[in-house]
Each structure stands twice: as structure tokens, then as C-alpha cells.
Design a protein around this ligand. Structure first.
Ligand SMILES: NC(=O)c1ccc[n+]([C@@H]2O[C@H](COP(=O)([O-])OP(=O)(O)OC[C@H]3O[C@@H](n4cnc5c(N)ncnc54)[C@H](O)[C@@H]3O)[C@@H](O)[C@H]2O)c1
Length: 331
């Protein structure tokens, strides 16, 4: 069987990460890299012997286009590529607005081509284990889940696009969506009720603190870009069940019960030299492997449907609206 041929568009932080994944993925060849910055395109293309260009106009024959562009460009590029008859895998968040997300979904349906938004946390080993614990009922019912994700403002973005709310959607849409997406994915639906508070600055919602209810399960998620420049990126969670807890907080995931605790074995893949704030390649490798395996085997992408990515976008946009609309009540 012929290898799947891929063009990568956007050779920044995430493009470099995906480039590393393509080195490790079998049956997939990265054959072309597009970036308006020729040096960036060449640095990602080099190890693969791939060709480069500054726009989609000179795209060679490929099966898939992998979009790692700033968020405000996702819809424009995805629709164009789908209309060219290529499958699309595109970085999260899906788009900057629901109207754009709908255009992407319609273009995918019209072309009969696949569209997967790369929500890496759904494939991140510790979160995969958390979902397994919930689904298996091993520790009883999930009572509550608290998730946390915070970092300094990510200053690495090309043209400082992350500072522009119309391009990135602030910390809420760019960073915190990982946890909102995981919450709706884990529970399989929108929350019954939700309340959000946070901080707003010139880049949009810079800190968001949201509590959601799903029946009797409570999920709280906090995301922030408000840390000082030297602070380290951190993601953490604590899940409490009827008969135990799963805790990841600055160390390995621990599953704790009245009998004791255990550290489940997690696969690790080191990422090197991509810049940004992530040192583990695993989640990106497993998400892209899932996409290319499903494509090769003609299987549905039921672990990440476009509708589920639209739901996480819709939920975060509602959080942003709530934060901006919140009024301080005098004591
Ligand atoms: N899954 C994750 O953990 C994760 C982490 C970081 C970023 N992201 C997402 O990945 C996407 C890209 O973010 P990033 O941090 O890699 O940004 P970046 O600024 O580092 O990279 C973007 C690249 O796109 C190129 N580019 C911009 N406009 C272009 C155009 N019109 N034509 C061709 N090239 C163009 C830039 O030159 C740059 O190299 C965003 O949607 C972001 O939210 C996901």
C-alpha cells in the first residue's frame, strides 16, 4: 500500500511538533511544507526531504493537508483545501467563530473529505487513563473533576498573533479550550449548567475559571496566561470518584484508593527543540496516528467528530461571554 502523502501548512511551534511526529509515524510521508516564512518552512521540511512554498498555490499531489496556522486562518485554509479534494487535520481550536466552524463542516461534507481537529488532550496518556477510569467504573462514579492549565503569555507566536484577541481568542480560546474540550468529550455532551468568572485584558480573557455540572458530576476548569514570564507551564487535574481519586499535579498520575496508591505506567515520547512550552510528543503522536490509521483503514473518526470540536468551541465562546458580562457584586 502507498504511503499517505501530507503537506504541512504553518511551520511554527505546532508545525515543528507535527514535523517531529511525521518522523516517527509509519506509512505517512511529509512531502511538502507551506509557510510564508521561507526559513521556517525549510527547517521543518529539511529532515523529511520535503519541498517548500509560501502559499497553497504550489501544492504538489498530496492526500492530506495538516493545518498548523494561527487560529483565525483555520477556516479559510481548511475550506480551500477541502475544496481542492484533500482531507484536513487542523490544530485546535477549530476556528475563531461558530460561523467559521460551520463553513468548515459544510465544506468537508460537500467534498466528502475528512476533517479532524487535533484536540491532543483526548490522546494525552494521563487523560486517556482518566477517561478509562471513568468509563470502566473501576473507582465508581465520577463525582468531581478539577482541571488546571496555566502559563505565562506565550510570546513565541509569529507576528505576536496570540496577543490579538481577534486572531487567537485570548487564553480562554487558545489554552483553556483543552480542558473545556476534555470535559465535554469525557461527558459526551454540553454541560447542564455552567458559570464562569475571570480576568480580561487587552488580549482578551486572560484567566478563566469555570464550573460545569453534568447531572451530579461537577467539573471545574481553570486556564490562565496571567503568570509571570519566568513561571513554568503547568497542566494538572484531580478527579474524585466514589471509591478513589486520580491525581496529576506536578508529578506522575497517581490513582489513590483507601487501600493505597499506584502510578499507572505511561508511554513517554520526548519532543526536542520545537520551542513553546511542551516537552512531551506523546499526545500529538497518538492523535495524528489515530487520524492516519483511520484514513488508511477507512474507519470513522468517532473519537473526534467535527461536531464535538464545534461543541467545545461553542462552550468556550459562552465562557468568554460570561466572563466579559460578569458584574462584580458589592458585598
Ligand atoms: N495542541 C496544542 O497543544 C497547541 C499548542 C500551541 C498551539 N496550538 C495551535 O496551533 C496553531 C498554531 O500555533 P503556533 O503556536 O504554532 O503559532 P506560530 O506562530 O508559532 O506558527 C504559525 C506559523 O504560521 C505561519 N503563517 C502565518 N500566516 C501564514 C500564511 N498566511 N501563510 C503561510 N504561513 C503562515 C507563520 O509564519 C508561522 O510559522 C494555533 O491554532 C494554536 O492554537 C496548539
Amino acid at each position: 500500500m502507498q504511503n499517505t502523502r501530507v503537506a504541512l501548512v504553518g511551520a511554527g511551534f505546532m508545525g515543528r511538533m507535527h514535523g517531529q511526529v511525521y518522523t516517527a509515524l509509519e506509512g505517512v510521508d511529509l512531502v511538502h511544507v507551506v509557510d510564508k516564512d521561507a526559513e521556517r518552512a525549510t527547517s521543518v521540511a529539511g529532515p523529511h526531504g520535503a519541498s517548500t512554498s509560501a502559499s497553497l498555490d504550489n501544492l504538489p499531489e498530496v492526500d492530506v493537508v495538516d493545518i498548523c496556522l494561527p487560529t483565525d486562518l483555520h477556516a479559510e485554509f481548511a475550506v480551500r483545501v477541502l475544496e481542492m479534494g484533500k482531507h484536513v487535520v487542523c490544530e485546535k481550536p477549530m476556528a475563531i467563530s461558530l460561523a467559521e466552524a460551520d463553513r468548515m463542516i459544510e465544506a468537508s461534507e460537500r467534498a466528502g473529505k475528512r476533517l479532524m481537529i487535533a484536540h491532543c488532550i483526548r490522546f494525552w496518556p494521563e487523560y486517556v487513563e482518566l477517561r478509562r477510569l471513568v468509563e470502566s467504573g473501576e473507582l465508581g462514579r465520577l463525582l468531581s473533576l478539577t482541571m488546571m492549565r496555566y502559563s505565562p503569555f506565550p510570546s513565541w507566536g509569529s507576528d505576536n498573533w496570540l496577543a490579538d484577541e481577534r486572531r487567537a481568542g485570548g487564553a480562554a480560546l487558545d489554552l483553556h479550550i483543552h480542558d473545556t474540550d476534555f470535559a465535554t468529550y469525557l461527558m459526551g455532551r454540553a454541560p447542564d449548567e455552567m458559570v464562569s468568572f475571570g480576568n480580561v485584558d487587552e488580549r482578551g480573557v486572560s484567566h478563566v475559571s469555570t464550573t460545569m455540572s453534568f447531572g451530579e458530576t461537577v467539573i471545574h476548569a481553570e486556564g490562565s496566561w496571567n503568570l509571570p514570564a519566568k513561571a513554568a507551564f503547568k497542566m494538572a487535574f484531580r478527579a474524585t470518584f466514589e471509591r478513589g481519586a486520580a491525581i496529576m499535579d506536578g508529578g506522575p498520575l497517581m490513582v489513590v484508593t483507601d487501600e493505597g496508591s499506584r502510578v499507572p505506567e505511561m508511554p513517554k515520547m520526548a519532543a526536542s527543540g520545537a520551542g513553546g512550552n511542551i516537552s512531551d510528543l506523546g499526545g500529538y503522536y497518538y492523535e495524528l496516528k489515530y487520524f492516519y490509521d483511520a484514513l488508511r483503514d477507512g474507519k470513522p473518526l468517532d473519537q473526534i467528530t467535527p461536531a464535538s470540536s464545534r461543541l467545545s468551541l461553542e462552550t468556550v465562546l459562552a465562557e468568554i461571554e460570561a466572563v466579559k458580562g460578569a458584574r462584580t457584586v458589592a458585598a
